[in-house]
Design a protein around this ligand. Structure first.
Ligand code: ADP
Length: 165
């Protein structure tokens, strides 16, 4: 029990209040997306690649989600998707994002009650930076959040700062 109990003269043994490494790991594994997710930045599927690039700069994000008129997820745009589309002579004002995006059903998603541990594993396995947080609606998957590598890093920093436990 090294570290958990300490002794003081005339007091005896007392509990130090420290949490074991195993307990901390169990707590981290229970953390869920809803407490760390960010606001999603979306563009309409009829937007031009030019408008998507401007949105990415103005909103200061690395991933945009593409939605239809009912806010239903239809695609994902990363920085490199937009860079790739910008190389060459295409007119970015007339090129719709719909042509270049990664589209459903090939999008990795998560739900607000998923653990950040499971979502972080998908980010690594799929080699992507972000996933949309979705909820099921009558039309399809509605985008309600964004969970990124930065959000996971923030969760770990919060834990190290002892904000969580
Ligand atoms: P970048 O391409 O800027 O390095 P990512 O690693 O996030 O950024 O994206 C790599 C590729 O994976 C891109 O083609 C992108 O459209 C796609 N992608 C990004 N996020 C997702 C996701 N949640 N689901 C499926 N594909 C995605």
């Amino acid at each position: 029990m090294t570290g958990f109990l300490e002794a003081r003269p005339r007091v005896g043994y007392y509990y130090t209040g420290r949490t074991s490494g195993a307990q901390i790991i169990e707590k981290i594994k229970k953390l869920t997306v809803k407490d760390f997710q960010a606001i999603p930045v979306v563009v309409d599927r009829s937007s031009s690649v030019y408008d998507a690039i401007v949105t990415m700069f103005l909103e200061d994000v690395g991933t945009l989600f593409v939605v239809d008129q009912n806010s239903i997820l239809t695609g994902v745009l990363s920085r490199k998707d937009l860079l790739r589309a910008s190389i060459g002579n295409k007119d970015l004002h007339t090129l719709p994002v719909d042509i270049i995006m990664t589209r459903m059903p090939n999008i990795t998603i998560c739900y607000k009650d998923d653990t950040i541990h499971s979502v972080a594993k998908s980010l690594i396995e799929k080699q992507i930076d972000a996933v949309p947080v979705v909820r099921e609606s009558e039309h399809g998957l509605e985008v309600i959040g964004r969970f990124t590598k930065t959000n996971f890093t923030r969760a770990i920093v919060d834990i190290m700062n002892n904000d969580m436990f």
